[in-house]
Design a protein around this ligand. Structure first.
Ligand SMILES: [Fe+2]
Length: 393
């Protein structure tokens, strides 16, 4: 170690203290000598020492006390006891508490004394090096962890963007309702919030599950998905596979694994009459039950090829009619607990962002969801804006 090697010597007997000081100075150490243990503690408060050599029997405080305090002040300092042989048994406590590196008997053997002090400095240097390396490893680990987190975020963001694009394509393909999935995902999240769900991760899972609910329709042929008339038995079987297909697709994406359950269960009915498993009530995850409420509302209040959109009030009447059979009554109640303007505002946000997106040439520069929320938070007031063209017409 290139640093100065500082040694603090404590002994209440002046001749011994001086003898030790001379011996150590002659060996090249920078020595601070103290006759009083309290003063020695003051020195320790001033600057670091690599090695401390102390007597055991001193006035003012016991050797054990002194060593314990010295350890508290500078835990890294290597402590040596140079004391009368009859003090050895008294020093047992200090030894057992790990406060001492070595114990030497007075009168000392010069070679042994200097050898021990040398070892003490070397031990300090080794431990110091070890501390430095550990710190480096820790900071590199932290850096690596941060890098990993950044990568995970990037993968998540890109995957979400990709899926969001796929959902928009699906909505187009299905043609019945434009931006249906995005609207329903926002509606579902809002119902969950109204029901008291606060955990941001859970809300995100619910929102993503609702957004991706029909992703499995990728696996349904056009001839079935877009068939104008009623489906035959085989076609129904194919159609009814889409929740499972969607679920299987999302199984491969770790951060969407929870949302995949909502996808799997999104066609279940509260009374057990849905598919694929015929689950009932609480057997269906909350996100899927709330999705069904949002989906029903969106279906009624959106234009369909075979009928115009119905009003908010008509939708509420219908939803209350099927509460307890098709829909979770709690979800319906939560939905009805919010004013029409709230749902219209969400609808407008989604339409706005979707139109912006078309202007940008499809791929938005930022994540859609962030954009939607940004716009929503910037425009808290326009709830009283005129209602959108789709509702009540
Ligand atoms: Fe579906």
């Amino acid at each position: 170690m290139s640093e100065v090697e500082r040694l603090l010597v404590v002994d209440d007997e002046a001749p011994i203290l001086h003898a030790l000081q001379r011996t150590f100075e002659a060996a090249g150490y920078q020595v601070t000598a103290c006759a009083d243990p309290a003063e020695a503690l003051d020195r320790l408060r001033e600057k670091p020492y690599q090695v401390l050599s102390a007597d055991y029997m001193m006035p003012g405080m016991t050797g054990a006390e002194f060593l314990a305090q010295a350890k508290a002040l500078q835990p890294e300092t290597i402590r040596i006891l140079v004391t009368a042989a009859h003090d050895f048994s008294a020093a047992v406590d200090a030894i057992n508490n790990g406060e001492i590196f070595r114990i030497l008997a007075k009168p000392w053997n010069r070679v042994e004394l200097l050898g021990t002090v040398r070892q003490a400095f070397d031990t300090y240097a080794l431990r110091e090096k070890n501390r430095q390396l550990t710190a480096i490893v820790q900071s590199q680990n932290a850096e690596l962890a941060m890098l990993n987190k950044g990568l995970e975020r990037l993968v998540e963001e890109r995957t979400t963007n990709l899926l969001d694009g796929m959902v928009a394509v699906l909505d187009y393909r299905d043609t019945e309702t434009q931006w249906h999935s995005r609207r329903v995902s926002r509606f579902t999240r809002r119902i969950a919030e109204q029901l008291g769900v606060k955990d941001p991760l859970e809300l995100r899972t619910i929102e993503m599950g609702a957004l991706l609910h029909d992703i499995g329709k990728i696996g349904v042929r056009d001839a079935v998905l877009l068939k104008p008339g009623p489906l035959d038995q085989d076609e129904w079987t194919e159609m009814r596979e889409h929740p499972r297909l969607g679920w299987a697709l999302l199984q491969r994406i770790e951060f969407l694994r929870d949302a995949s359950v909502i996808v799997l269960q999104h066609q279940e009915r509260y009374d057990g009459g849905g598919y694929p498993a015929g689950l009932k009530a609480e057997q269906i995850v909350l996100g899927a039950r709330l999705f069904a409420v949002a989906d029903t509302y969106d279906a009624i209040t959106s234009d369909r090829p075979y009928r115009k959109a119905q009003s908010h009030d008509q939708a509420i009447t219908e939803m209350q009619r099927v509460a307890g059979t098709q829909l979770d009554p709690r979800g319906v109640a939560a939905f009805c607990g919010l004013p029409e303007a709230e749902w219209q505002a969400i609808r407008r946000d989604v339409e706005k962002i979707s139109l912006l997106e078309q202007e940008w040439g499809w791929t938005p520069p930022k994540r859609i969801f962030e954009q939607i929320r940004e716009i929503a938070s910037r425009q808290k007031q326009p709830i009283s804006d005129p209602p959108p063209h789709v509702s009540g017409s």
